[in-house]
Design a protein around this ligand. Structure first.
Ligand code: GLN
Length: 223
């Protein structure tokens, strides 16, 4: 069985566990909460939940997990949701003054709380490539979500794939993107190599198709 860890320092880790346990393939998985270096060393893959990216990074530093996590990201599959997506990025804008520690993994620039204060939280139906039952839209729940600002030029071995994007008409007017429907800021789910990122919270719905996707594509698919 493959061991999937959920980083459990802060944030919505319990909801990810529930979603994984409902997967039809869950018997092929062992799901553990990761709080220590020993927990992390057992994992074949990791989910970094939503929460507060600065708090998660601080707690990771205090518990000695920051460098082991950076090593982990170099070799094993990681899925970051919301705050976790920020941690998986290479560069963050609107980060904490004085800088914010990241793990890297995805060659992108992301902006914290990038939708602006009047749009702290919203829901949007997403068309998603590669999910089971692709005609059924996925309800994206965005909570002080980050916005992807830029895809860096990635190597041919590890191109960045867009898995879901917001329809332009759903973007806040401040983005003025009526004619830029494939701008990075519309991108809300990305994959690069082993890694997967969603700026919204699939674990807060009872639709576990993103969990199924990560497990199928990034974890079991590699056996
Ligand atoms: N705004 C949070 C951050 O910067 C992320 C919010 C979330 O995970 N729902 O870390």
């Amino acid at each position: 069985r493959k061991v999937i860890g959920i980083l459990a320092l802060q944030g919505a880790f319990a909801e990810h566990r529930t979603a994984l346990e409902k997967l039809s393939c869950h018997r092929r998985l062992e799901v553990i909460l990761v709080k220590t270096i020993e927990d992390l060393s057992r994992c074949d893959a990791l989910i970094i939940p939503g929460g507060e990216s600065t708090t998660i990074a601080l707690l990771a530093r205090i518990s000695g997990l920051l460098d082991p996590l950076r090593q982990f990201v170099k070799v094993k599959p990681v899925w970051g949701t919301c705050a976790g997506a920020i941690l998986l990025s290479q560069v963050v804008e609107n980060g904490k003054k004085g800088g914010q520690e990241l793990l890297g993994g995805m060659d992108i620039t992301i902006a914290r709380n990038g939708w602006g204060s009047q749009l702290e939280s919203f829901e949007a139906e997403l068309d998603v490539q590669g999910l089971n039952d692709p005609k059924r839209p996925f309800k994206g729940i965005f909570i002080r979500a980050p916005v992807v600002l830029k895809l860096h030029q990635s190597s041919e071995d590890h191109p960045i794939q867009v898995i879901a994007q917001l329809a332009s008409e759903l973007l806040p007017p401040s983005f003025d993107s009526s004619d830029h429907s494939d701008e990075p800021k519309n991108f809300v789910a990305l994959r690069q190599g082993l890694h997967f990122l969603t700026t919204f919270h699939p674990e807060l719905t009872d639709d576990n198709r993103f969990h199924d996707y990560f497990v199928r594509e990034c974890v079991l698919g590699r056996s």
